[in-house]
Ligand binder design. Sequence first.
Ligand code: MTE
Length: 316
Amino acid sequence: MLIRRPPDIAPSEITPPDLYRRRRAFLRSAGLIAAAVGTGVVLPASRVRAAAQKLPNTRSGTFSTTEDRTPYEDVTTYNNFYEFGTDKDEPAQNARSLKTRPWTVAIEGEVRKARTIGIEELLRLAPLEERVYRLRCVEGWSMVVPWVGYSLRELIRRVEPTGNAKYVEFVTVADRRQMPGLAYPVLEWPYAEGLRLDEAMHPLSLMCVGLYGEVLPNQNGAPVRVVIPWKYGFKSGKSIVKIRFTQTQPRTAWNRAQPREYGFYSNVNPEVDHPRWSQAKERRIGEFRKRPTLMFNGYAEQVASLYAGMDLKKNF
Ligand code: MTE
């Protein structure tokens, strides 16, 4: 079964190796790996789905690909959400109890209308659209997902960035009581990511609250995340609690952990290898053959102009 297959690149490859080994050693000594395997409590995808809520009034949006969609079961059981564990099937198990109500997102920094917005208001801020986007992980796999949300710029316009705002930082929730992965220094918590303001204002950048017509499952970043389809998946921060507008480029969680390997831009670019593996090909989840990775994940027509004149090997 798909979720039993090891990821294309093991977490040990992505995570700084010493941290990874320390974490596994700790789990083993605590008997946690054996216990987890022994119980076999893998929640069937059908039960995950039974709990999901439909999102009403979702219209079909622009920019959708007509490629085959990755099945719901795979989208919701093959995840990266390190706050809930580094194995692909751990987030679906461990995120079940994440409390997503009440939930607020603080808008701070270089904006005229700094404020804290509740999730109910965020859900009503603009008409919800289904956008079928490719998501390509830096590890070498990809998915096609019918996300639900609206362009991030709908929110940005309403908070009125000042002339000093050049970047947008997304900070995601970090609650030790609810997120077992925070006990391990795999990354510096909270997970944070960033975009240039013009990237965030691009209509493709999605404020995402659902998938497959339903509210976001916790393991996919409930109750609100971003999806930036032309960048490697790690730029799409999950379970966001703060959006900060800044004059200077924000530090990001992966860049802090491995600056040589994860740059600020992280555009999908088959010509720039990860220092430890090629990025020329990818495996679509559910398929065995690999396919060539496309520049900007296939969104070059829409986004290439954002990087006109930039050296994308230097600005990786
Ligand atoms: N956001 C948080 N807060 N923590 C994470 O570990 N992983 C990132 C990104 N957002 C991550 C995160 C990575 S590496 C990927 S590939 C995508 O989420 C995966 O999104 P998905 O599980 O919905 O496919």
